[in-house]
Design a binder for this molecule. Structure first.
Ligand code: C2E
Ligand code: CA
Ligand code: CA
Length: 728
């Protein structure tokens, strides 16, 4: 059918006339004509069906007798094709039977021949009226069906659980989503109480909200609750319950006192959101790298533990754990390795703790431990020892094994403080003390430490200005060849002339400079100053003297360390062969890759490299193969042992190694003639120590260079008197 016409017009009406009497066809059209009415006319069953096949009509005036059949054939065709045209049969005078037949087959009315025009018109009007009504009905029905389909679709395919409860709180409808979300067949839930779906811990809460049955006009509500899931129907990984946000709207009776007759509910799955919220709050209280509690959560737990300890007059301990030399790993291996190391340390640390203890990462390489319940200080000591032991096993990093050590400071409640801040700060101070006295140990807070700590902070501040104020100075200590009987080299040793504290030894301030990141600047100053000094000595005629310069492991973290050293030598016009850089064993241990390459580059540039304090660390022959150094410096501690035995297996091993690798040896810390004799016997020729000279200023050192070769080491060189005032 054509689309609906504009509202102000009568809808167009189409009438088909099927009659073999051509004059009748003409009269029909005439007497029934009205605005908006259109007529088609034909004279046979076949033509009638043809017209009907090509379009729809509102009304058919159908002659019962036609040349090629009866009107019944047309009626049958209409039924067969589920057509909705209204049909008026035009019948002959004696045709009663066929009229009845036609009515039975779906004709709507009849007009008998001969007829009055008015009679025909009335029949047509009422048939058209009927047709119009039916049309409206059908449209309405269709719209209803469509809207019902739509609503059903909306409800049934909703991602939310939609249901209605009766006045007793039992399901009267529930959409199929329940199967997917909770694993229940919806049929099995109808007439069952809503509470069958609620997790036991939430039942009371929801019952008070629903308060069904109720005569009160209830109010809409929204709650978060957990719905039970059908275990049997779900994958094993799925949780037992589903967290939903439930909106309930009471259904009121339409008439009378507006009773609550049920509830309309929509439950939305918010488990994803819940999870996201949990993750966010986890992130707020945990460290991303190690997943340990962070500073905020630690403080929280510490405060709680303090309150509890106060209540039961118990004790607790706070530990501050700082990874030794972590910055070195980070600088030389890169952050990825640093992260790996931190994670490994975190897991080692937590393996030493008991349930109820808290391990937190404050950031960087700092961890804290809360032992909320200890009986005596020894309990904390036990844990600290465990931590030190558990770290003694090397940690596997992708670039090799790493032996991590930590410095641990411990503060006790109530002895060392009664607030979270005080306890943490005091544990931190105790930790610093461990760092200063050689790391890899633990220590309890001592109120005296507090002043040390303040001193240290002051030292840090002063160190920043030391360079600008020109407070640094280099002392030199001669290296003597016994066989040649003369000074062949000088080691540059750093001094800080502090305006208030006097001369500060390098062992005190170099670790501070390393920690606060000033070491790079200081090393550059040392290089520059000592090379300038060497140039001056060379100009004064001491052409062959060698210069030994100490470098910090941190210096090797810089990519351009080699080129900046080479540049410095060029600037001062000193030959590379007269420079020896002293590095420590731990550097070879900690960073094979980076340092080995730099050592090789230095050696290729003709610069000497010595391993300082050789024999004290983890030196192994393997390292010497990787690091093409030129000199080993035998540590003072081995020399000291010579007092007892006159010989020392380690020294003879070192001299053997040196010979095997074609390295030079220097013995350090030679204080007594007997030591020198023993060293000589062991095949060590070059020595350095108080026996010959204490480190002294450049001016004093030059006096040693001027001395003529002496026939005996016991008379050579003469210790300048003024240098002895710099004892430490
Ligand atoms: P080191 O390189 O092992 O230097 C030798 C230390 O032993 C020096 O202490 C020296 O004064 C001392 N010494 C020399 N002969 C004897 C002796 O016969 N007996 C005893 N008991 N000690 C002796 P100093 O000057 O206090 O330096 C300590 C450490 O500070 C050095 O150890 C070195 O590691 C570091 N250091 C010194 N100057 C620098 C520097 O310019 N840069 C860097 N990065 N570190 C430096
Ligand atoms: Ca040295
Ligand atoms: Ca040394």
């Amino acid at each position: 059918m054509s689309g609906s016409p504009p509202a102000h017009q009568e809808p167009a009406v189409r009438i088909l006339i099927v009659d073999d009497d051509a004059s009748l066809r003409a009269t029909f059209t005439q007497v029934l004509a009205k605005p908006g009415r259109n007529f088609d006319a034909c004279g046979t069953v076949a033509d009638g069906i043809e017209s009907l096949s090509s379009r729809a009509y509102d009304l058919i005036l159908l002659d019962n007798r036609l040349p090629d059949g009866t009107g019944l054939a047309v009626l049958d065709w209409l039924v067969e094709h589920s057509r909705e045209e209204v049909v008026i049969i035009i019948s002959g005078e004696n045709d009663v039977d066929s009229v009845i037949g036609a009515l039975r087959r779906g004709a709507d009315d009849y007009v008998r021949k001969p007829y009055h025009i008015a009679q025909l018109q009335r029949a047509v009007e009422s048939a058209l009226h009927k047709a119009a009504l039916e049309k409206v009905n059908r449209a309405m029905e269709q719209r209803l069906k469509a809207s019902e389909r739509l609503h059903r679709y909306l409800v049934e395919s909703s991602p939310d659980l939609i249901f209605t409860l009766d006045a007793e709180g039992r399901f009267s409808y529930i959409n199929p989503r329940v199967k997917q979300l909770l694993g229940f067949e919806r049929g099995t839930l109808i007439r069952r109480p809503f509470t069958t779906l609620v997790m036991p811990e939430d039942v009371d809460r929801i019952c008070s909200l629903l308060s069904l049955p109720s005569t009160m006009p209830g109010e809409s509500f929204n709650v978060e609750l957990r719905l039970r899931r059908n275990r049997g129907e779900l994958a094993p990984v799925e949780p037992d319950s589903l967290t939903v946000s439930l909106t309930g709207i009471p259904m009121l009776s339409q008439q009378g006192e507006r009773r609550v007759v049920g509830l309309y509910g929509v439950a939305r799955d918010i488990s994803e959101r819940k999870r996201a919220e949990e993750i966010i709050s986890f992130q707020a209280y945990h460290d991303q790298l190690t997943h340990l509690p962070n500073r905020v959560l630690f403080k929280d737990r510490l405060e709680l533990a303090i309150t509890q300890a106060q209540r039961r007059t118990g004790a607790l301990a706070v530990m501050f754990v700082d990874v030794d030399r972590f910055k070195l790993v980070n600088d030389t291996y890169g952050h990825a390795e640093g992260d790996l190391l931190l994670r490994a340390i975190a897991s080692r640390l937590s393996s030493t703790l008991r349930r109820g203890d808290t391990l937190a990462r404050l950031g960087g390489d700092e961890f804290t431990v809360l032992l909320p319940d200890i009986n005596q200080p020894e309990d904390a000591e036990t844990i600290a020892r465990k931590i030190v032991t558990t770290l003694s096993e090397p940690i596997k990093l992708s670039q090799g094994d790493f032996r991590a050590t930590v410095s641990i400071g411990i503060a006790l409640f109530p002895r060392d403080g009664s607030t979270a801040e005080d306890l943490t700060r005091h544990a931190d101070i105790a930790m610093y003390q461990v760092k200063r006295s050689g790391k890899n140990a633990f220590r309890f807070f001592d109120p005296k430490l507090n002043t040390h700590h303040r001193e240290r902070i002051a030292l840090e501040n002063d160190l920043h200005q030391a360079l600008e104020r020109n407070e640094l100075e280099l002392f030199y200590q001669p290296q003597i060849s016994l066989s040649q009987g003369k000074v062949i080299g000088m080691e540059a040793l750093l001094r800080w002339n502090h305006p208030q504290l006097g001369q500060v030894p390098p062992a005190t301030f170099i670790p501070v400079a390393e920690e606060v990141g000033l070491i790079g600047q200081i090393s550059r100053w040392v290089l520059d100053t000592s090379c300038a000094q060497l140039a001056r000595w060379r100009q004064a005629g001491h052409r062959d003297v060698r210069l030994s310069i100490n470098l910090s492991p941190h210096d090797f973290g810089h990519r351009d360390i080699v080129s900046s050293i080479v540049t410095c030598l060029t600037q001062h016009d000193v030959p590379a062969s007269q420079i020896e850089l002293e590095i420590t064993e731990s550097m070879m241990m900690n960073d094979s890759a980076g340092v080995a390459i730099k050592v090789r580059q230095l050696r290729e540039a003709g610069i000497g490299v010595a391993i300082d304090d050789f024999g004290t660390g983890y030196s192994a022959l393997a390292y010497l193969q990787k690091f093409p150094v030129s000199t080993l410096k035998i540590d003072r501690s081995f020399v000291r042992e010579l007092d007892v035995t006159m010989t020392n297996p380690i020294i003879s091993a070192i001299t053997g190694i040196a010979r095997g690798f074609n390295l030079q040896i220097i013995a350090e810390g030679v204080e007594r003639p007997e030591q020198a004799d023993a060293l000589k016997a062991l095949g060590c020729d070059v020595m350095q120590g108080y026996l010959f000279a204490r480190p002294a200023s450049a001016g004093e050192a030059e006096a040693w260079l001027r001395q003529a070769p002496a026939p005996s080491m016991h008379t050579y060189p003469v210790q300048p008197r003024s240098a002895q005032t710099h004892l430490h």
